[in-house]
Unconditional design. Structure first.
Ligand code: SAM
Ligand code: SF4
Ligand code: SF4
Length: 347
């Protein structure tokens, strides 16, 4: 293996067919989950005895490190670990400590449903995790239970969040997927709960990702509707994006109580700035959340291939990339068959 490598001038120019650089990598470390959110992994499709990926199929910590190092060499600046539920991997601290030590010092974050953070937050921070995003769709116990497929308790997520804060993982972001008729009544309670806490709630438009939710456009609550509702009670002003390609539109409360964000993938698609690649737990590379096929990087790294061959494959895939599904959604009548599931590539 060749030694790596902060990005070279040559690699800094790696862009896809729509001139989008490769800057972010989401790494799913496991496809299992302790929740069954109906919009992601509904119980009827994924009963308790469902055959998820075997442990041997998942990339090992050293394989994840090697791939991440190559991606960083190609220009990636941000790494996010996700799942399934990433805390179900008992070797997550090892994965984190390997990534935290990478040359080029990429930003390192994690997305979790939060339940196991009471147990693990301190160990993850000690391993070098910098930031965390916790998914929380409702504060109301009944609505929360329904949205986690009957598997989660909201007080456990709030407990995990407190442990994450105590471990110094900050700023903590809270992701809430809003579905019409399901949890839109939770938007104001979430705003009020987190205002002034230093933690940033982001409301996400419900997406037609994967094949197993019964998505309908009518279930999407457009961000502008939520913005108007929140602004009427707690006046807001826009905040400039922190960097090119930031997916959340940010707003601050005029009274100084902090920030909120909106991720409007359906009503205001941001494909033009999408700089994100995703690797599944079994090492397949996906260039879009709505992709069907992933390219098998694990076969290369478990074969005799040196870093140059793996890098060349990633580079070739990125150069060919022209995905812009969310921008095309409204024109076409897309079939969902064969699309990769969200829990395999982690959002
Ligand atoms: N299990 C972890 C969690 O829930 O945070 C990480 C993986 S989960 C797939 C990542 C994010 O995707 C979560 O914030 C979840 O709410 C979001 N998500 C899943 N399905 C979605 C959908 N259909 N539309 C919008 N967001 C979705
Ligand atoms: Fe699990 Fe996250 Fe999917 Fe919910 S959204 S089922 S917590 S992977
Ligand atoms: Fe990126 Fe695909 Fe989402 Fe567009 S639809 S923002 S290309 S992941």
């Amino acid at each position: 293996m060749s030694a790596v490598a902060v990005p070279s001038a040559e690699h800094a120019a790696l862009v896809d067919r729509l001139a989008r650089p490769l800057q972010d990598l989401r790494i799913s470390v496991i496809d299992r989950c302790n929740f069954r959110c109906p919009y992601c992994m509904p119980e009827e499709r994924y009963p308790r005895d469902h055959a998820f990926m075997a442990a041997a199929q998942r990339l090992k910590p050293e394989e994840i490190e090697r791939l991440a190092r190559l991606f960083v060499g190609l220009g990636v600046r941000k790494l996010r670990l996700t799942g399934g539920e990433p805390l179900l991997r008992r070797d997550l601290p090892e994965i984190i400590s390997r990534l935290a030590a990478l040359p080029g010092a990429p930003d390192l974050a994690l997305t979790s449903n939060g339940v196991l953070l009471t147990r693990d937050a301190a160990a993850l921070a000690a391993a070098g995790l910098q930031r965390i995003t916790i998914s929380l769709d409702a504060l109301d116990p009944q609505i929360f239970a329904a949205m986690s497929g009957g598997r989660g308790r909201v007080e456990d997520v709030l407990g995990g969040l407190r442990h994450a804060a105590a471990a110094g993982l900050s700023p903590i972001k809270i992701n809430c997927v809003v579905q019409r008729g399901i949890n839109e009544t939770e938007v104001m309670p979430l705003v009020e709960h987190f205002r002034g806490s230093g933690q940033i709630v982001r409301f996400i438009e419900y997406m037609d990702v994967g094949t197993c939710n019964r998505w309908q456009a009518s279930a999407v609550v457009p961000s502008r509707e939520l913005l108007a509702q929140i602004h009427a009670r707690y006046p807001l002003e826009p905040v400039d994006p922190a960097y090119r390609g930031e997916v959340a539109e940010r707003y601050r409360f005029l009274d100084g109580a902090g920030e909120i964000g909106f991720i409007s993938s359906v009503s205001q698609p941001f494909c033009g700035h999408c700089t994100r690649a995703r690797v599944s737990a079994d090492g397949r590379l996906y260039t879009c959340l709505f992709a069907r096929e992933g390219q098998d990087l694990r076969a290369l790294i478990r074969g005799d291939q040196g870093d140059g061959a793996v890098e060349a494959m990633i580079e070739a895939i990125w150069r060919k990339r022209q995905d812009r599904y969310s921008e095309q959604r409204q024109q076409a009548q897309p079939t969902r068959e064969g699309r990769v599931e969200m829990y395999r590539i982690g959002g």
